[in-house]
Design a protein around this ligand. Structure first.
Ligand SMILES: Nc1ncnc2c1ncn2[C@@H]1O[C@H](COP(=O)(O)OP(=O)(O)OP(=O)(O)O)[C@@H](O)[C@H]1O
Ligand SMILES: [Mg+2]
Length: 314
């Protein structure tokens, strides 16, 4: 039995995976989950998505994607995943199972060896990539040290050819959203790790993307800061309706944040289990100590162990 610490989530960094022989789960039909879950039942993993609502088209659809690097490493094999508008999807799995590779492909940052990747709700540019609807937050904030907070958040708008003056209101509104409106003129060296990550999130949000991709964004931060940022991201998700795909190694973080959990297995990487979390979305300090949260953590943890042991999802 897994008991989450009442002080908050902690990291469960996992070992490399094992031989896998389960058929690749597919997610042919998926759409937006309900934003409130009146049934406080424990999630039930399945090999196909149980999230259903026909009202929204998916934002991104990976269909039987295989990715083989030039080194010969098969990072993904026949991976299928559809992400729907309004979801908060956490992607978990053993280290090296292909989470970052999958996220980069979803972002249009990497090509596929076979299979298809499609963004049905986006405008596609001449290179076959989605235009402006997707933002990426990496584990490191990667801020320009010679630029102020304002300048760093301005960058994606500058790249779109928007003048600093025209961008000012949008940048200040976004800094307010992440609680940094008083630090617009500060330089990265003057900020804490959590504040730098907030700048990175603001930079991702300032273009108003439909889809926010986050690759272990808080892994390097202390637990208190991480919890605070978890609450911030959750609030942003609820307030803006943005769709989030969040890579994490933390069972507790994923159970706290997500409306849906996707667990991958490795060698080669593919979806092992894909299930909604039927838990309250009023997630706060009380939720962290609730039986509902404990059960969600236990379900995610057991599914991860299954993925690592080679068992099929049930
Ligand atoms: N550019 C690359 N060239 C060759 N192999 C790569 C490249 N990027 C990743 N790989 C390999 O692909 C596999 C999946 O890597 P990936 O970074 O996607 O895993 P991950 O699940 O994100 O791991 P972690 O949890 O440690 O971040 C690994 O075996 C890795 O060594
Ligand atoms: Mg990674």
């Amino acid at each position: 039995m897994l008991t989450p610490p009442s002080s908050g989530p902690s990291d469960h960094r996992l070992r490399d995976g094992e031989k896998g022989d389960a058929p690749v789960p597919t997610n042919k039909k998926q759409s937006r989950p309900e934003m409130t879950f009146p049934d406080a039942e424990t999630a039930s993993p399945t090999t196909s998505s149980a999230v259903s609502s026909p009202s929204r088209r998916p934002l991104v659809v990976m269909d039987q994607v295989t990715k083989v690097f030039s080194s010969g490493t098969v990072a993904l094999s026949d991976m299928s995943l559809a992400v729907n508008g309004g979801e908060f999807v956490s992607l978990l799995g053993p280290s090296g199972c292909g989470k970052s590779t999958a996220l980069r492909i979803i972002a249009g940052l990497g090509d596929v060896s076979s299979g298809t990747i499609d963004w049905p709700s986006s405008r596609i540019n001449s290179r076959g990539l989605p235009e402006g609807d997707i933002s990426f937050v990496f584990q490191e904030p990667t801020l320009m040290p010679w630029q102020t907070v304002f300048g760093n958040v301005y960058l994606p708008l500058k790249l779109k050819g928007i003048s600093r003056q025209a961008a000012r209101d949008e940048i200040m509104a976004t800094l307010t959203t992440v609680g940094l409106e008083d630090f617009a003129e500060a330089y990265p060296r003057e900020l804490s790790g959590g504040m730098k990550m907030r700048v990175s999130i603001a930079r991702a949000l300032v273009t108003k993307p439909k889809l926010l991709l986050m690759d272990e964004p808080f892994a390097a931060l202390d637990e208190i800061t991480r919890q605070k940022l978890n609450d911030d991201v959750l609030r942003l998700w609820k307030e803006t309706g943005i769709t989030v795909v969040f890579v994490t190694h933390s069972v507790f973080e994923s159970a706290y944040l997500s409306s849906r959990i996707v667990v991958m297995k490795s060698r080669p990487g593919r979806v092992h289990a894909d299930f909604p979390l039927h838990t309250s979305l009023d997630r706060d300090a009380h939720y962290r100590t609730s039986e509902e949260y404990r059960q969600a953590c236990e379900t995610v943890s057991e599914t991860l162990l299954e993925a690592m042991s080679g068992e099929d999802a049930h």
